[in-house]
Write a protein that binds this ligand. Sequence first.
Ligand SMILES: Nc1ncnc2c1ncn2[C@@H]1O[C@H](COP(=O)(O)OP(=O)(O)OP(=O)(O)O)[C@@H](O)[C@H]1O
Ligand SMILES: Cc1ncc(CO)c(N)n1
Length: 266
Amino acid sequence: MITGKALTIAGSDSGGGAGIQADLKTFQELGAYGMSVITAITSQNTLGVKDIHPIPVEHVSSQLEAIEEDLRPEAIKTGMLFSVEIIEVVANHIARYGWEKVVVDPVMIAKGGADLLKKEAVQALKKHLLPLATIITPNIPEAQELTGKEIVSRTDREEAAKYLHSLGAKGVVIKGGHLEGIEEPVDLYYDGSSMHEFKGKRIETKQTHGTGCTFAAAITAQLALGRSPFEAVETAKAFIQAAISHPLNIGNGHGPTNHWAYRRNV
Ligand SMILES: Nc1ncnc2c1ncn2[C@@H]1O[C@H](COP(=O)(O)OP(=O)(O)OP(=O)(O)O)[C@@H](O)[C@H]1O
Ligand SMILES: Cc1ncc(CO)c(N)n1
């Protein structure tokens, strides 16, 4: 029976626009039951990240165990994982428990420039987590980091998607929020056999804090509710478009997106 239990394994954003908070709000809006494993606590607002407190690995591990014991998730999402140790413990548990429908958002750098993943942890993410991914959702700078190649053209994006698929990710979405010189924010989706472009309408705004988290969380909620990966990405694109199009205008920096805009159809 599908009950829509969705788990986010990510960092806490005290400002509420990204990380665990964005994920849980998105799960709720899309009708999934939200659960969380917190990997790090960030002191953060729309102006930037002030401090990061990683959670000891033993406690990341015990959160994962508590969930498996009683509330087996139907889809999971990983966000900020911060260190090699946390990546290893998360990947080990996912593999051991046989958790399926895994959305990997390879969070690396916050909008203000803070490192949310240590540089040396990129290899661990590729080695341990990518092979478990149902869908990986890098933005352009993350895709460049994961492939070691500059990404400018559509062909570059296609090659990056194919490379990440060859490392074990069943589906790859190269997000287009950072595409320069291209008017529309096109997200390229590759499922191992065909490429599909999900097109959006670019909104000129600073209110884009947590867009990546929200997008990946929407995919996760849809997978937890039994939708196909294609349908999940399609709905996530509509969800993030609505969330960016109806800004809340709070905070003095990169404000959060509006998580309730999609459901309330404003
Ligand atoms: N200005 C914009 N207007 C419309 N859609 C956008 C805009 N910016 C990003 N998007 C969309 O939002 C989603 C997230 O993409 P983006 O590339 O911004 O992720 P990200 O860089 O990982 O976000 P973050 O690191 O802030 O959480 C994608 O579907 C992208 O196309
Ligand atoms: C905790 C957290 N995760 C992810 C991001 C990326 O948006 C952020 N700024 N903070």
